[in-house]
Design a protein around this ligand. Structure first.
Ligand code: NAD
Length: 353
C-alpha cells in the first residue's frame, strides 16, 4: 500500500533547525521540502545541502505542497509563526519551550482546534536514554518505592549564544533546559503537585537566569530537586534517585552509573563503624557488602516510535500524539510557578498542577 508522504518546511535554520533534517531523514513518510531563515548565510547553508529556499514565511505558507511547518526560531517568535501556519492550513511542529507563557500556548491550541490541524511540541528529551532508565527504575521499583529524585544538568560555559541571554527572546535556563527537566519529572509520577520552592541564579550578570534550583513536592510524597547550572566546573550527577530499598545514580549522558540496593536474599547485616575525620561513625558507614547488591544501570527499552515516527503515524490517524498538548500546558504552568516561587521567595502551595 502506498504511504502518504508529508512535506515539511523548516522555519529557522540555526543549530536546531538544521539538526532536524537528520531527525526527519530516517522516516520515509516525511520529507524536508524547504527552509526559510531571516539570515542570508543560513539560507546559503541550506542551499549547499540541496534544500529549497523560501523568500519569506508567506512564501512557505502559500506553497500548497507544504503539509507541515516546523518552527525552530528563537522562543519569542514561536507563537506568531505557529498561529499563521495553522490558519494557512498547515500542521505545526514547534520547538520547546513552545511559548514563553501558558496564555500564549492556549492561543495556539485554540487556533489548532479551529483549523483542525495537528499542533505538537518537540519535547525530544522524553526519548533520552538516561531518562528512560530512571523511568524504568521508578516503574519497576528497582530501588524499591522511589520517594526522591534529583535531576540536574551542569555546565561551566555560561549561557551560550546571543538570544538565550535576553528576556525579550525568551532566554534563560529555566525556559531552555528547565522545560526539558520538568517535562521529564512530570512523566515519573501520576501525582498532583503539593508545593514548589525555587531560586534562580544570576551569577553571570545576565538579565535572565543562568541557572535555577526548584524543589517540588508531590501529593503522593515524592520530592524532587531540579537544577540547571552554567557555572559548574565540577558537575553533580545527572540523576540521583532514592527508593525505599536503594539508591540509583546516573552520572552523565554516557549512562555510567549504578544501583546500590538491599539484597532481598540476605538478612540485614550491621555495618562496621568507620573512622570519619577525628571520630567514629556507624550511621555514615557504608552498608554491609554482604547485605547489599551493586547493580549496573541497564539500558531501558526505547519507546516503539521516535518523535517523528509518531508524528507521521499521527497524521495518518494510526497513533495518538506522543507529546500531548495538555502535558505541555502543565509544564508551562509549572515553569510559571517556579518563576513565582523564586520571585516571592515563598513556598507556592495549592497550585492545582
Ligand atoms: P539558533 O539561534 O541557532 O537558530 C535560530 C535561527 O532562527 C537562526 O538561524 C535565526 O536567523 C532564525 N530566525 C530568527 N527569527 C526568525 C524568523 N522570524 N523567521 C525565520 N527564521 C528566523 O537557535 P537554536 O539553538 O537553533 O534554537 C531554536 C529553537 O530550538 C529554540 O526554541 C530552542 O529553544 C530550540 N532548541 C531545542 C533543542 C532541543 O533539544 N529540543 C535544542 C536546541 C534548541
Amino acid at each position: 500500500m502506498d504511504q502518504t508522504i508529508y512535506q515539511i518546511a523548516i522555519i529557522g535554520f540555526g543549530g536546531m533547525g538544521s539538526y532536524h533534517t537528520q531527525l526527519i531523514q530516517p522516516v520515509a513518510q516525511l520529507q524536508v521540502r524547504g527552509v526559510y531563515d531571516i539570515l542570508p548565510y543560513r539560507m546559503e547553508l541550506a542551499s549547499t545541502q540541496g534544500l529549497r529556499g523560501y523568500s519569506s514565511l508567506e512564501d512557505v505558507l502559500e506553497d500548497a505542497e507544504v503539509d507541515v511547518v516546523l518552527i525552530a526560531t528563537p522562543n519569542d517568535s514561536h507563537k506568531e509563526i505557529a498561529i499563521r501556519a495553522l490558519q494557512a492550513g498547515k500542521h505545526v511542529i514547534c520547538e520547546k519551550p513552545v511559548t514563553m507563557n501558558s496564555t500564549d500556548f492556549l492561543e495556539i491550541t485554540a487556533s489548532a482546534e479551529a483549523a483542525k490541524r495537528v499542533f505538537t511540541v518537540h519535547q525530544n528529551r522524553r526519548w533520552d536514554p538516561d531518562f528512560l532508565i530512571v523511568k524504568e527504575i521508578v516503574e519497576k521499583k528497582k530501588a524499591g518505592e522511589v520517594f526522591h529524585v534529583e535531576s540536574r544538568v551542569h555546565g561551566a560555559n555560561g549561557i551560550p549564544g546571543d538570544w538565550r541571554q535576553l528576556a525579550a527572546y525568551g532566554g534563560g535556563m529555566l525556559l531552555d533546559w528547565g522545560v526539558h527537566l520538568l517535562d521529564q519529572l512530570l512523566l515519573l509520577t501520576d501525582s498532583k503537585i503539593e508545593s514548589v520552592k525555587a531560586d534562580l541564579s544570576t551569577i553571570l550578570g545576565t538579565e535572565v537566569d543562568d541557572g535555577f534550583t526548584a524543589t517540588i513536592r508531590f501529593k503522593d510524597g515524592l520530592t524532587a530537586v531540579i537544577e540547571v547550572g552554567t557555572t559548574n566546573y565540577i558537575k553533580l550527577p545527572r540523576w540521583y534517585v532514592k527508593g525505599t530499598e536503594g539508591t540509583a545514580v546516573i552520572r552523565d549522558w554516557s549512562l555510567e552509573g549504578e544501583i546500590v540496593r538491599t539484597n532481598p536474599d540476605v538478612a540485614k547485616v550491621e555495618p562496621t563503624p568507620i573512622q570519619a575525620g577525628v571520630g567514629l561513625t556507624k550511621t555514615m558507614a557504608p552498608p554491609s557488602e554482604k547485605s547489599t547488591l551493586r547493580l549496573p544501570v541497564e539500558k531501558a527499552t526505547p519507546p516503539a516510535q521516535s518523535f517523528y515516527e509518531n508524528f507521521a503515524a499521527l497524521l495518518d490517524g494510526r497513533s495518538a500524539q506522543a507529546v500531548k498538548n495538555e502535558q505541555v500546558l502543565r509544564v508551562l504552568r509549572l515553569i510559571e510557578t517556579v518563576f513565582e516561587a523564586a520571585r516571592t521567595q515563598t513556598v507556592v502551595k495549592d497550585t492545582d498542577l
